[in-house]
Design a protein around this ligand. Structure first.
Ligand code: NCD
Length: 532
């Protein structure tokens, strides 16, 4: 089959790998399919019927619904469906995931890998390594679909959740008022809501969880940045007393398997504050619907059994929607669907390495750089290091520059007054024997001491001056690593994934700028990236 459409070979590691229009396309296709199937009409347009296209299910964490709905969706599509037995595989002989997938990729003309893992960012890293391999071998790129990675994201659960909300709201996208409750800290399905709810024009979101289970602040910030109006409550009692109760509720279970001992010990009390009781029923609006990604804990469900037969039960229908939305998604990435897509496609961010700018050299008769440090006749002076910061921070930054650039040469350094103000200080390192900096060192310097200037001194005068700002990407250095122990690129996992950090859009400049790991998306303060 000729693979067509904007979706062929795409990876869905996070919700945002599909633009809002592309997500809407997915919901429209899933709706079309579900309605046709329910009415007994022809669903042939959704069948690939190609045995040389494989869907490989690789589940390294427990799953029922996600795995089974993907398996059935792949069967419906008519692809060759394989279930990889991770527990007895060469992963136990320390084989890397990338090596394993390269082999499986060779078994068919086209491939989608559906992966669930405890490690975060797996699909993004495999997308990078297998795309390189596909290019080398001149074969089509495989797709990777994240079926849940640690406590990071669960995009396909998000798609079926949004599909279910839209169904309930009569496919209207102007407004949604939703309550998220349960374990908002560890639950990946609620984290994915920060992006998935973006298909609605107006979002009111009530977050109900005690502090230890509350939504991590960077997700709340992301929600507010997107214009969601977010309210937070510590328990269901507090929420119901507020009088502004949502018509749609999304329950989650406590993710005991991801909790540290300190939280586990208090799990019982925490659970009570997010468990629905019969006496709360009277405080709900008439049309309230409850959702849950499932499974619920059979001993201690947060949405207890007495609700099963009541009209509030929306979760059974919701879980069935996993089938329709996953058929549509597989159909898109294998290239069967997408020819009729119209709208704004997802855009890859282009990182422009524009962090080095030549600055004007001020005319001066006096030789520069002689106050307190040896005058420089020929060489390089790094100036304005951590300018304006506290003196201790400036010293730390000087030390970091020396260490990371390996400046074990004749040199001097110090903290000096800046001409920007009376109490303003900056760091200077003077390197009389260094004549030039290679591009790699320049990148390193920009990443370690953004805002500094690099002065090329010739005959006691500054011949050229370069201003270095924070680079948009920090990668390719041995001295950096992601500090999230669950990240696929964390050195402990020895998967050979090269760390890479992306400057967060909207960062407020050094040192407030944060960087996110390309794989697990954990935010790092700029100093945290470096292994010093
Ligand atoms: C969820 C998951 O795995 O994150 N389950 C699912 O995919 N249906 C929620 C959970 O395990 O609590």
């Amino acid at each position: 089959m000729e693979r067509k459409g904007v979706f062929a070979g795409r990876t869905v590691a996070v919700v945002n790998d599909l633009s809002a229009d592309e997500q809407w396309y997915l919901y429209s296709k899933a709706r079309e399919l579900k309605e046709a199937a329910m009415a007994g009409r022809d669903t042939g347009a959704f069948r690939l019927d190609e045995r040389d296209y494989q869907v490989y299910l690789i589940f390294m964490e427990d799953s029922t619904r996600t795995r089974e709905s993907f398996r059935n969706a792949a069967e419906f599509l008519g692809a060759r469906t394989n279930i990889f037995d991770a527990a007895t595989s060469s992963f136990n002989k320390n084989e890397s995931m990338s090596d394993t997938i390269k082999m499986l990729y060779g078994y068919a003309e086209g491939s989608t890998f559906v992966i669930r893992s405890r490690l975060e960012g797996v699909c993004r890293s495999l997308e990078a390594s297998l795309s390189r391999y596909a290019e080398q071998t001149g074969r089509p790129r495989p797709s990777f679909i994240n079926a849940g990675d640690g406590k990071h994201e669960h995009p396909t659960q998000e798609f079926l959740d949004e599909f279910s909300f839209l169904e309930r709201l009569g496919w209207k996208r102007d407004h949604i008022h939703l309550c998220l409750t349960g374990d908002l800290y560890h639950g990946r399905t609620v984290h994915s809501k920060a992006d998935g709810l973006g298909i609605f024009r107006e979002v009111e979101l009530d977050l109900v969880a005690p502090e230890l289970l509350s939504m991590p602040p960077h997700y709340v910030e992301r929600m507010r940045d997107k214009g969601f109006s977010v309210r937070e409550y510590a328990s269901l009692d507090e929420y119901l007393a507020s009088g502004k109760v949502a018509p749609l509720w999304y329950f989650t279970r406590l993710q005991l398997e991801r909790m540290g001992d300190a939280v586990l010990e208090r799990a019982e009390g925490l659970r009570q504050s997010v468990t629905f009781r019969r006496d709360m029923l009277g405080k709900l609006g008439a049309d309230t619907r409850f959702y849950h990604p499932l499974p619920r804990d059979r001993m201690n469900p947060t949405n207890p059994g007495f609700l099963d037969e009541l009209p509030q039960n929306g979760w059974d229908a919701q879980s069935a929607n996993g089938y329709w939305t996953r058929i549509a998604l597989l159909g898109m990435v294998c290239g069967l669907l997408g020819g009729d897509f119209e709208g704004e496609p997802h855009k890859e961010t282009n990182y422009v390495d524009d962090f080095v700018v030549e600055a004007e050299v001020a005319e001066s008769r006096k030789p520069e750089y002689k106050v307190g440090i040896k005058p420089v006749e020929e060489g390089i002076v790094i100036d304005h290091i951590a300018s304006g910061e506290a003196i201790g921070t400036i010293w730390n930054n000087i030390e970091a520059v020396r260490k990371i650039l390996g400046l074990n040469v004749r040199s001097s350094h110090g903290v000096y007054h800046s001409n920007l103000g009376k109490e303003v200080y900056k760091g200077i390192i003077s390197l009389p024997d260094v004549i030039s900096f290679g591009e790699r060192d320049l990148k390193k310097l920009a990443a370690v001491a953004p805002g500094c200037t690099l002065n090329l001194v010739r005959g006691h005068r500054v011949a050229r001056k370069y201003r270095l700002s924070m680079p948009p990407r920090i990668y390719g250095f041995d001295e950096i690593s992601c500090k999230n122990p669950a990240c696929i690129s964390h050195p402990d996992h020895k998967e050979g994934v090269a760390p890479e950090f992306l400057r967060k859009e909207g960062g407020r400049g050094c040192p407030a700028t944060t960087f996110v790991c390309r794989y697990c998306e954990k935010e790092h303060g700029f100093g945290e990236i470096w292994d010093l």
